[in-house]
Design a binder for this molecule. Structure first.
Ligand code: ADP
Length: 464
């Protein structure tokens, strides 16, 4: 029986299975491995209208020459039993009252970089050193695991030399620790081969390493490389966490992840994150370099809407960005703004390990004081982003020294309206800066407010 062909919906991304030369001007020739997107289905079930990612050319393609480019999201794995840097004494008090097989994992105090598995047994607590070596972890230097999660799972199924099998963990209170595994990216189809990548000029310098322009299967991309000198387990985990958050995001106003690449031929291995290329760079630079001469009120308004839409999508998925600012918004060739930099983004309950790096001027007071990050603290940052947008890239809180900003805000002070900013936009900023998080609007209602003020916000500031 002939295999039934699955009909792909408009907007589906596909990969070409074979070369197609086409026979008429209506056809869209492509090569095996090219990326295409279905523009529409046709009356003939054997043909789609499609567009090639690399050059935007459109035409007819035969349905059986392409397959859907579906990749699964990579999830952060929770580690409820991981208590971070606690002392031996604190671990023992947490495991009290002792019940055989009760356990937790902590960071080793004597051997930084290693861990300690603490297991209650026979009225006392055994502390096993977990050695971290060559990206593997081991207790007995006989059996090695790719991750702590795998090690714990192993000893949960079998004592295998420990005093007792791990039976029940003492979960850590509050925010959850997480772990990401490289093999998860491989299994979910996110690994890009080095031979498919071309590295071009440097675009910018990021916190983790440089960002270069590149080509992947004929498409322009941005390649962010983790600096070799910062390749500690901690930074690799954060880098992979950023990638893993991005594997689950598909929205026209969020920068898309294409995949990750790992080069193990160099030591230490080099990890790259490949995203769509945003030709006009970061919005902050765009605002500062073009200014009022180029950027119209209409442009500002559409940037505000674009970012609001991207953030509403995150809010609906309970994802908190934690670092929304004009420097982390990128502009595409067609002037569409997209939120980027998911380096600190995590599901609401997860920990984001960067207390030292909190961008004070953009962060809501409750997040600064109590690490209470939520979509509502993202809304606060969106208010600061609007202020940057309407002041053409000025640094927020001009004249207030950085160390005084928190006090300034907590005393009820807010930034003034930027020069020539539409009043309803400023009102929106003030709403976003409500001291009580629940009094701030949701992103969905920010979008409605923007829609309602469209005419007023887009009318030129000075009428002739
Ligand atoms: P970090 O947040 O770690 O400091 P970024 O991801 O913001 O690093 O990247 C640094 C700079 O690289 C950006 O300001 C921008 O100029 C450039 N850049 C980053 N991603 C892209 C992209 N997808 N397209 C074009 N330029 C980019």
């Amino acid at each position: 029986m002939a295999k039934e062909i699955q009909v792909l919906k408009t907007g589906t991304e596909c990969i070409a299975k074979y070369d197609f030369e086409g026979t008429s001007n209506y056809d869209l020739p492509f090569k095996k491995g090219d990326w295409l997107v279905i523009v529409k289905t046709t009356r003939d079930p054997n043909w789609y209208v499609a567009e090639k990612f690399c050059d935007g050319k459109k035409g007819m393609i035969p349905v059986n020459y392409v397959k859907e480019n579906s990749k699964k999201a990579v999830k952060l794995q929770t580690m409820p039993w991981f208590h971070g840097k606690i002392t031996r004494e604190v671990a023992e008090s947490l495991l009290n009252p002792i019940s055989d097989g009760l356990f937790l994992v902590r960071e080793s105090t004597n051997y930084p970089g290693d861990y300690t598995l603490c297991v209650a047994f026979d009225a006392k607590v055994e502390h096993y050193r977990v050695i971290h070596t060559n990206s593997k972890v081991t207790v007995d230097e006989e059996e090695f695991f790719d991750s702590l999660t795998e090690l714990v799972a192993h000893y949960e199924s079998d004592a295998d030399g420990l005093c007792i099998q791990l039976l029940k963990c003492v979960p850590k209170d509050g925010v959850k620790e997480f772990e990401v595994k490289l093999s998860d990216f491989e299994q979910a189809g996110w690994l890009i081969k080095k031979r498919d990548l071309e590295f071009h000029e440097v675009l910018g310098d990021g916190e983790f390493g440089e960002v270069r322009k590149g080509i992947y299967r004929g498409i322009k991309v941005a390649i962010k490389t983790l600096k070799p000198e910062t390749c500690t387990k901690f930074s690799i985990q954060n880098f992979l966490a950023e990638a893993s958050v991005m594997t689950d995001l598909k929205h026209p106003n969020l920068v898309r992840l294409m995949g990750i690449n790992i080069d193990e031929t160099v030591k230490p291995s080099r990890i790259c994150l490949i995203t769509e290329f945003m030709s006009k760079g970061s919005l902050i630079e765009y605002l500062r370099t073009r200014g009022r001469a180029v950027i119209t009120r209409q442009n500002q308004f559409s940037f505000a809407c674009d970012v609001g839409k991207g953030m509403a999508y995150l809010e609906n998925r309970d994802l908190v960005h934690r670092d929304l600012a004009a420097r982390n918004v990128l502009v595409a060739e067609d002037n569409v703004a997209k939120v980027a930099d998911f380096g600190l983004a995590r599901p609401e309950l997860f920990k984001s390990d960067s207390v030292g790096k909190i961008p004070i001027k953009w962060t809501a007071p409750e997040a600064l004081r109590r690490q209470d990050f939520s979509s509502k603290s993202d809304v606060w940052s969106y208010g600061v982003f609007l202020w940057e947008l309407y002041s053409f890239g000025r640094v927020p809180y001009p004249r207030v020294p950085l160390n005084d900003v928190t006090k300034f805000v907590e005393m009820g002070n807010r930034m003034d309206i930027p020069d020539k900013c539409p009043v309803p936009i400023y009102q929106l900023m003030i709403d976003c800066w409500q001291a009580i998080p629940s009094s701030r609007p949701k992103f969905e209602s920010i979008l409605q407010s923007l829609k309602a003020m469209q005419f007023e916000a887009c009318t030129p500031a000075t009428m002739p």
